[in-house]
Design a protein around this ligand. Structure first.
Ligand code: MN
Length: 287
């Protein structure tokens, strides 16, 4: 397992640890972004509000093990997400959304989870936006662990969430050593949400990405105490996406157009209801 250290970032007033993309490790299959939010306390001083902002060419996957977040988007969706549930937004040609902890209750307490992005393939990335919420997800049980299938299929259990390329995302709650089946045609990455896990000769803790290349048939993990990890896998992609800010494209011209549309509020992304202000950023570095 190749272990890289995540990078500390501030997103919406909250510290996150960015496991993807990193120098030398940009993608895992079509997974192109992974922020570990928390574990943190949402307080009056530290809210995790992220105002309306645009996306293009990607799917956002939100998964919490603690806390709650209110999602609102330009499709009119308004969805509170709680632990064990999945929010999946497909941006396609363009969508905007906000994520709020202040409006969700208001919620105060622990927050822990992941926000992931999946790069959309050519076939769907110019298509319409969409939003899904899944309150129930299939589980695979093992002697030392329970695995919840967020996206894709794992050990015969299939998530109802949409996916446009061959990939998988699974949360594994470990209370004892467990051996998980892997697909040899997939590459995999591992992010620890809480606790720590050990492989044969390595330890993995929160704030790191463990990368496994292809040609593995199984993975044995030993939790040190109790641990929660997310395993991301997918078929290695020949197509490397171009990522800038909240956009995934293939050319700078596409990114430039999306940025200009958001700045000019020309209707491509649409409005998001709610109390938060739109987020804007400076132009692409190549301007
Ligand atoms: Mn977003």
């Amino acid at each position: 397992m190749e272990i890289t250290e995540s990078r500390a970032q501030t997103v919406g007033g909250m510290q996150v640890r960015r496991a993807l993309p990193r120098r030398g490790r940009r993608t895992i299959g079509a997974w192109c972004f992974a922020d570990h939010m928390g574990p943190a306390e949402v307080t009056d001083q530290a809210e995790a509000d992220i105002g309306p902002h645009p996306h293009m060419g990607l799917q956002t996957v939100t998964w919490l093990t603690a806390g709650q977040i209110l999602h609102r988007d330009s499709l009119g969706s308004e969805q509170l997400i709680a632990p064990g549930q999945l929010n999946l937004m497909t941006a396609g040609h363009g969508v905007a959304h906000s994520e709020e902890t202040s409006a969700a209750g208001p919620y105060r307490g622990p927050l822990n989870g992941l926000q992931l992005w999946i790069a959309q393939p050519e076939a769907t990335r110019h298509g319409p936006p969409a939003f899904e919420h899944h309150a129930e997800l299939p589980k695979a049980e093992y002697r030392g662990a329970a695995a919840t299938v967020l996206v894709g299929e794992f050990d015969g259990q299939r998530s109802p969430a949409r996916h446009d390329t061959p990939l998988v995302g699974v949360e594994v709650d470990l209370h004892d050593t467990a051996t998980l089946p892997l697909r040899p045609d997939f590459e995999y990455g591992l992010v620890v949400l809480h606790g720590a896990v050990a492989t044969v000769d390595q330890h993995l803790t929160p704030g790191h990405l463990g990368f496994l290349g292809r040609d593995n048939h199984e993975l044995t993990l030993r939790p040190l105490g109790r641990a929660g990890v997310v395993l991301l896998g997918g078929a290695p992609s020949a197509e490397q996406p171009l990522m800038w800010w909240n956009f995934v494209g293939r050319t700078r011209a596409e990114i430039d157009q999306a940025y200009t549309s958001w700045l000019g509020d020309d209707g491509r992304f649409g409005p998001v209801a709610g109390p938060l202000s739109r987020i804007v950023t400076g132009p692409p570095w190549w301007w």
